[in-house]
Design a protein around this ligand. Structure first.
Ligand SMILES: Cc1cc2nc3c(=O)[nH]c(=O)nc-3n(C[C@H](O)[C@H](O)[C@H](O)COP(=O)(O)OP(=O)(O)OC[C@H]3O[C@@H](n4cnc5c(N)ncnc54)[C@H](O)[C@@H]3O)c2cc1C
Ligand code: FES
Ligand code: FES
Length: 471
């Protein structure tokens, strides 16, 4: 039995935990405002709000219902377009009308829900943040100019939100209907246990699994990692960071603890999927998906992360992420093994840089991505870690380049020689995202870009350009 609140109605259902929320909303609850478009997380037509209890308050975020298994909505508040105002337009809907931001209307409920999710973020809106909020929504007929103008208008209104009682303000301004006031109390009454939380197939956010095999998962026994509270935290202690396996990309991106060490993190993570997908996809899911361009893996490989594993039939173990992959989509993990966390050293003086190049800036996977962390001792490289995606059959840790640079002086000559070593140890293939020569050249540029960004006074663009020609 799965229990959740859908708009203002309590739902108890025996539907399989692996059936998707979109189908429940449309074909069981008969709420047809939520649209089925791509069913792959790309178009945003199926966007809804998901609210969960946190310290007695309900925190909302946008999710795509087409990739959300019912098992992940146990104990949650799900809001569809029908759950907004009934007799009048909310300011979000009104702004869409005022700016002629809708034509056929197929995408419109998704945009409205993403913008409403943005109104619920416990921080003040900015024009940049409001555009981020609709990064997962595609419109095929109106054109984005009028949608962006509507979004900017909404952001202007939200900038006046009263932060001492944001929910009260949103209700007063008709962003939300009155029933939202009681949701926290009602959620407390629902037991937050998940169905099948035993030994089935592990599901994180479902953003890979439910693209690949949605039909099969309806009949499969599933285990939901997000139901395990010890997999949900980010902790920094004794110069080590531990991120639970069920922590999402968005939670990492917005972590105040991590901003201190990675000031560019919000910018970097903005290049990863879209806000609703980041709200769902977990770090462990990204590791086990084992895509050669998996962004989170590339990020954490360059921090020399270790994977913590709870095995089914042997004592728990840890394994360095750089030793985790053993072939294309092959890794040192047995069926049923649960990744509980990743862990990495976080010394105060660490320098870190991430680069991702894709055909489209947002909602696209990388052609090539790369990350580098470095610790200096004066002019000498004390420790360095370098990763690259899209240039090998699995997320690549540049072992030979790292070995060469460790203990060396940070000079143009050493960096140029290291670039040559890097290109000799990768094995890119030609595919839809570029041929192998292009990917090699791209990685070389990204490698130089790391040093240019981290040491701009030593490695100016002109100096690096002359070195590039030599490699
Ligand atoms: C539209 C779209 C855009 C995307 N864009 C990007 C992108 O830009 N960059 C990128 O890197 N990825 C992208 N992805 C891929 C995906 O979002 C990420 O890989 C995400 O991190 C997967 O996490 P999940 O929790 O959703 O995985 P799930 O789908 O839940 O699981 C994936 C795999 O991991 C296993 N698994 C999950 N949790 C655990 C655990 N704790 N222990 C052991 N096994 C586990 C599952 O059994 C499954 O085999 C995109 C996906 C979509 C749909
Ligand atoms: S239907 Fe396209 S994102 Fe869900
Ligand atoms: S209004 Fe037709 S797809 Fe956006």
């Amino acid at each position: 039995m799965i229990t959740f609140i859908l708009n203002d109605q309590l739902v108890r259902t025996e539907e399989p935990a692996g059936s998707v929320l979109l189908d429940f909303i449309r074909y069981k609850a008969r709420l047809m405002g939520t649209k089925a478009g791509c069913r792959e997380g790309d178009c945003g037509a199926c966007t809804v709000l998901e609210g969960h209890l946190e310290n007695g308050e309900v925190r909302y975020k946008s999710i795509v219902s087409c990739l959300t298994p019912l098992g992940n909505v146990q104990g949650k508040h799900i809001v569809t377009i029908e759950g907004l105002q009934k007799d009048k337009m909310s300011p979000v809907q009104q702004a869409m009308i005022d700016h002629a931001a809708t034509q056929c209307g197929f995408c419109t409920p998704g945009f409205v829900m993403s913008l409403t999710a943005h109104s619920l973020v416990p921080k003040k809106s900015t024009p940049e943040k409001v555009i981020d909020a609709i990064s997962g929504n595609i419109c095929r007929c109106t054109g984005y100019r009028s949608i962006k103008t509507a979004a900017t208008d909404i952001s202007r209104l939200l900038a006046q939100k009263e932060m001492d009682d944001p929910l009260g303000w949103l209700i007063k301004k008709a962003f939300l209907p009155e029933y939202f006031r009681n949701i926290a109390g009602r959620l407390k009454e629902i037991q937050a246990t998940t169905p099948d939380a035993n030994d089935g197939k592990i599901v994180g956010g479902g953003t890979d699994l439910f693209v690949q095999q949605p039909d099969a998962l309806i009949k499969t026994s599933l285990q939901f990692s997000k139901a395990e509270t010890n997999l949900q935290t980010i902790d920094i202690k004794d110069s080590f960071c531990r991120i639970g396996g069920a922590v999402t990309a968005e939670e990492i991106m917005k972590s105040d603890l991590l901003q201190h060490y990675f000031p560019r993190m919000k910018e970097d993570f903005r290049l990863i999927s879209s806000e609703p997908i980041r709200n769902m996809g977990t770090v462990a899911g990204n590791i086990v998906n084992a895509s050669p361009i998996a962004d989170l893996v590339i990020f954490f490989l360059a921090l020399d992360a270790t994977v913590e594993i709870k095995h089914k039939s042997q004592p728990d173990s840890t394994i360095p992420l750089r030793e985790f992959y053993i072939g294309y989509k092959k890794m040192k993990l047995h069926p049923g093994d649960l990744i509980t966390a990743i862990r990495f050293p976080l010394p105060e003086k660490i320098l870190f840089h991430f680069e991702k190049v894709s055909k489209r800036k947002h909602l696209d996977i990388a052609s090539v991505n790369s990350a580098l962390s470095i610790q200096m001792d004066g002019q000498v490289i004390k420790k360095i870690h370098l990763s690259a995606g899209g240039v090998y059959a699995w997320p690549f840790y540049a072992e030979k380049t790292v070995r060469f640079l460790t203990g060396k002086k940070l000079t143009e000559e050493n960096i140029a020689e290291a670039a040559g070593i890097l290109l000799s140890e990768i094995a890119p293939i030609s595919d839809i995202r570029g041929n192998k020569t292009y990917k090699s050249l791209l990685l070389r540029q990204l490698f130089f870009a790391h040093f240019h960004e981290l040491f701009p006074e030593t490695f100016s663009a002109e100096v690096l350009y002359s070195k590039m020609l030599a490699v």
